[in-house]
Structure formats: C-alpha cells, structure tokens
Design a binder for this molecule. Structure first.
Ligand SMILES: *[C@@H]1O[C@H](CO)[C@@H](O)[C@H](O)[C@H]1NC(C)=O
Ligand SMILES: *[C@@H]1O[C@H](CO)[C@@H](O)[C@H](O)[C@H]1NC(C)=O
Ligand SMILES: *[C@@H]1O[C@H](CO)[C@@H](O)[C@H](O)[C@H]1NC(C)=O
Ligand SMILES: *[C@@H]1O[C@H](CO)[C@@H](O)[C@H](O)[C@H]1NC(C)=O
Ligand SMILES: *[C@@H]1O[C@H](CO)[C@@H](O)[C@H](O)[C@H]1NC(C)=O
Ligand SMILES: CC(=O)N[C@H]1CO[C@H](CO)[C@@H](O)[C@@H]1O
Length: 479
C-alpha cells in the first residue's frame, strides 16, 4: 500500500514521459522531472527504474548551482553508511573508530543516514539537509556506478547532460501560522523535516504543520521549539518513518540518543495529532522519543521495536496506539495515558521515574502482551548488582483492560537488595478485554491493588492529569 502511494505520486508527476536525458540504455522516471520549475528545496530526488536498482559502493552524486557551476552538495558512495549499515551490528559506542560514515546534520545534530534508500524500483536520493535553497536552478550529476538496475544499465547524468530543476522563488511568507507538507510536491514542503526546520522556534501563536497523506521516509529530529502542532491528514495514510536503531546510529560521546526514527528535545507545548510514526528496524529502535514539557500525543499510531516510545518531561497521550517489542515504553517522564492502547512483545514498560515526579499513569486504556506472557513494568538489574534500581519507579493502572499479561503481572524487580517500598506499581479495577475483573491474586508482592473506599483519595488524585503532569492541564487542539 505504501509503495503504491509513492509510485502513484511519481508517475502522476512524470505523466508518462519518455526516458529522460542522460539515462541511455535504461528507462528511468525522474522526480522532479527534468527541467521542472517550482520545486521545494527540501524535495527528495527519486529515480524509478523498471527493475530494482542496487546501490553501488563507489561514485558520487554532485549537485551544482547552474549560475556558476558551483558545487552545492556531494554524496560519495565510497563512504560507508554507518558502522552497522544493516542495523544488525554492535549497539555499543566505539570511540576508537575514526572511520568516516555518511553523516547528515538534522535539526543541528549529526546522524548517520542512508544517502539512498531503495524501495521496490524507486531509489530515493537524500541530499544533505538544507543545502538547496529558494530561487536557484540546480544541475544534478550522477556517476553510473551509484545505481545499478537489475536489468539494463544506467549511464547516469553528467554536467554536460545533467538532470536539471529549479526551486520555488521563495518559501512560506514570514509570520505564516500554517504550512502544508506533501510528498507529491503540492505543498510548501516535501518533507516533514523541511517544515520543522522552517518553523519558528518560539512563535507567540502556535504554528501548524499539516502533513498530507503519503509515505515520508525520513529521519526527523529537532530541538528547542515551542508552540508547534504537527497534524496528519489521515492517521493511517500519513506515515512518517525511518529504519534506525542503536546499531545504525550507536551511542555517541555527545548525546543525545540518535537511534529513534522521530525525536525531539528541549521543546515545549508541542502536539502531534493523527499520523503514524514507524521505525522499520528491530533492536533498540524508538518510533518516537519525546523530550519536552507539555507534549500532547493525540490520535497517533506509533510502531517501533525495543523502547518504541521513550519519554522525558511531561506528556499527555490520548486515543493513541503504541506497538513495540519490549520495554515498549522506556519512561523517564511523567505520562498520562487516556483511552490509549499498547501492544507489546515482552515487558510493556521499563519505567525509570525518579523521586518527586510521577511516571506512567493509564486511565481507561488497554494493554496487550502479544505473546501472552508480558509484564506491565519491570525493573531489571542493569548494573550487574552494583547500583540501586529505580526505587521511585511509578506505573499506575486505573480501569484498564489487559490481555496477554502474566499472572504475576509486574516485574522482575531486581538489583542489589534495595528498599522497594517507594515503587508504585499500582492497579485499580484491572479488567480483561471483555471488561470483566481479572484475578490478580498471583501479583508480584511489590505491586499493590488500589481498592475502594480505602484508596478513594489516591484514585481521585491520579485521575486528574494536572496532578500527574506537574500542574499542567492539557488542552488538545482539534483543528
Ligand atoms: C513493493 O511492491 C510490492 C508489490 O507491489 C508491495 O507489496 C510492497 O509493499 C512494496 N514494498 C514497499 C516497501 O512498499
Ligand atoms: C548483517 O546483515 C548483513 C546483510 O544481511 C550480513 O551480511 C551481515 O553478516 C550481518 N551482520 C551481523 C553482525 O549479523
Ligand atoms: C572499534 O573500531 C576500531 C577501528 O575501526 C576497530 O578496529 C575495532 O574492532 C572496533 N571495536 C569494536 C568493539 O567494534
Ligand atoms: C514468552 O513467550 C514467548 C513465546 O512463547 C517466549 O519466546 C518467551 O521466552 C516468553 N517470555 C517469558 C518471559 O516467559
Ligand atoms: C516479596 O517476595 C520475595 C520473594 O518472593 C521475598 O523475598 C520478599 O520478602 C517479599 N516482600 C514482601 C514485602 O513481602
Ligand atoms: C534502508 C534499509 O536498509 N532498510 C531496511 C530497514 O529494516 C527493514 C527491516 O529490518 C528492512 O526490510 C529494510 O530493507
């Protein structure tokens, strides 16, 4: 379905054009088409062959400004993509490795990235972000060794016979409060990151980035923005994702984490509504990492692997769905979950909240263990028996439906013996998927059942988001 949308986009723009200049010997369709005007500077360049192309390990893609033939960007395919180009190698930092890898500065941070991604017959070229600008004409040179279609040969593009296109004269007007992202080029931006880079850091009124239906395969990251709403046209048909994990982008001496598909930090008053975020890689691979205060996730679908959602700060999640393969929420932050659903292989959360803040509080939500034996939250020993665990970890379930959760329900709680009396693994009125009460007699003894009338006060306190989220009363913007 996803590639169907992408191909439709390419074909409708090309409009059945004949094979284009410089590509003798093989039929290739270009986006943007050769000679095209009014292209957004953040457009990804796409070549669609009649058979799947392989990516070479030599050759370059060069982009020149037509006015003076000045080189504005180069992708060099002799540079390896990452220490783990397939995302299956070591997940540890290797500070003695001085190899140069393909690096893109995204939201001010250096990520390893794929300069080309092939999906079926389409090769998408990712130039380095923000190298192209408005009001210019660009000439693209592609050395033939960069792409090799399964059938026929690709002769590339030369500076004499380049792939040429011109960008829009200017971007959105100053002070615009809404911009449109459209993968087919019909909006203000082709990519989500392009719109985010444009968005003012600290507007007085919120800025809306509206993403039209489409498949946006890109790594998204930003820092230090406030008052931003990112809204998809249709939750199922607006898909933003990337193959990324802790092997492809291993830990780096200069934090933060680079392994999520979509992440931000140091931000406030953000709302993400009505789209899907995917991380296509296994391993430690967040779909989303939120690090900000007053973040709202509303009608979102998040699909990741391990640590599929990592949280810092304060987050309000409503009517959303999260799927992952273990420690599906890695929770440092305070999160109030309303009417939301988590599906998890392995433990549902590894909640790492510290003293003085709340953790994960679920109200009227649904939690499913996909292999029938998940626990709701665990505190494994991560230090070889040296350090205390997270003695103030908190996860509280209120009137939440569960399925596929082990009878013990919580744990393991490990580490050197530590005072677990402050751990709040609490539940009230936990139900099965039909809404019937479940038997919690086998629960881990660190956990506790809340009951009425004894815990009326606690329940009232925990049901109010403002108590969980440091006094913030979330207001979900609906348009
Ligand atoms: C590639 O094409 C096949 C057959 O048309 C389709 O099922 C598949 O989803 C496509 N792959 C991707 C990654 O979109
Ligand atoms: C990773 O995947 C690649 C491609 O499938 C394979 O050649 C390589 O051996 C794998 N590496 C590891 C460490 O599993
Ligand atoms: C770290 O990188 C160096 C230099 O590339 C390499 O020789 C070494 O094997 C790497 N170590 C690990 C643990 O991967
Ligand atoms: C849960 O079930 C799966 C599938 O049967 C199994 O592979 C896994 O080891 C089990 N995990 C635990 C913690 O029992
Ligand atoms: C909980 O159970 C563990 C082992 O099953 C036991 O060592 C511990 O003393 C129990 N703690 C409490 C508070 O009952
Ligand atoms: C670009 C890339 O290598 N993508 C891979 C990401 O991971 C998925 C699942 O492991 C692969 O199918 C993709 O080819």
């Amino acid at each position: 379905m996803r590639i169907f949308l992408a191909l439709t986009t390419v074909l409708s723009v090309v409009g059945g054009a004949a094979p284009e200049g410089g590509s003798r010997g093989v039929d290739v369709q270009l986006y943007p088409t050769n000679g095209r005007q009014n292209v957004n500077p953040d457009a990804q360049l796409k070549l669609t062959f009649s058979s799947p192309p392989a990516i070479g390990s030599s050759g370059k893609i060069n982009v020149y400004d037509s006015e003076d033939n000045k080189l504005v960007d180069t992708l060099d395919f002799s540079i390896p993509f990452s220490p783990s180009p397939y995302g299956n190698g070591s997940t540890k930092a290797n500070y003695t490795d001085t190899t140069k890898y393909q690096t893109n500065i995204i939201g001010g941070l250096d990520f390893y990235f794929y300069p080309i991604i092939v999906r079926n017959n389409t090769a998408t070229i990712y130039l380095h972000n923000n190298k192209l600008t408005y009001g210019r004409t660009y000439l693209v040179e592609i050395e033939p060794s960069v792409l090799k279609p399964a059938r026929g040969s690709f002769s590339g593009f030369t500076l004499d016979r380049p792939w040429r296109f011109s960008t829009k004269v200017r971007g959105p007007r100053d002070g615009a409060t809404k911009v449109v992202v459209a993968a087919d080029g019909s909006g203000d931006f082709n990519t989500v990151q392009g719109a985010i880079d444009w968005a003012p850091a600290n507007p007085t009124k919120h800025t809306t980035i509206y993403i039209k239906n489409g498949n946006y395969e890109e790594l998204v990251f930003w820092q230090y923005k406030t008052n931003l709403v990112i809204r998809g046209q249709d939750r199922e048909k607006t898909i933003v994702g990337y193959p990324n994990n802790s092997a492809f982008n291993p830990p780096n001496r200069q934090g933060p984490s680079r392994r999520p598909a979509f992440s931000f930090r140091g931000s406030s008053d953000l709302q993400l509504s009505s789209f899907t975020i995917n991380n296509y890689y296994p391993g430690q691979a967040e779909a989303l990492l939120v690090d900000g205060v007053r973040t709202i996730l509303d009608h979102m679908t998040l699909n990741g692997a391990g640590d599929a959602l990592t949280t810092y700060g304060t987050t309000y999640v409503t009517d959303s769905k999260l799927t992952g393969t273990g420690d599906t929420v890695l929770g440092y932050g305070s999160v109030y979950w309303l009417r939301s659903r988590i599906e998890s292989i392995g433990p549902v959360t590894w909640t790492r909240t510290v003293q003085g803040i709340h953790g994960n509080v679920f109200v009227d939500s649904t939690i499913i263990g996909l292999e029938g034996n998940s626990t709701l939250a665990r505190l494994p020993d991560n230090s070889g028996g040296v350090m205390d665990n997270w003695p103030y970890a908190e996860m509280v379930l209120i009137s939440t439906k569960t399925g596929g959760i082990s009878a013990e329900g919580w744990g393991p709680v490990q580490g050197p013996p530590f005072d677990s009396s402050h751990v709040r693994f609490w539940e009230f009125n936990t139900m099965d998927l039909q809404g019937l009460p479940i038997d919690i007699s086998q629960r881990l003894n660190v956990s506790r059942e809340l009951t009425l009338p004894k815990d009326r006060k606690i329940l009232a306190e925990y049901k109010d988001p403002a108590n969980i989220l440091g006094g913030w009363r979330p207001v979900v913007l609906t348009a």
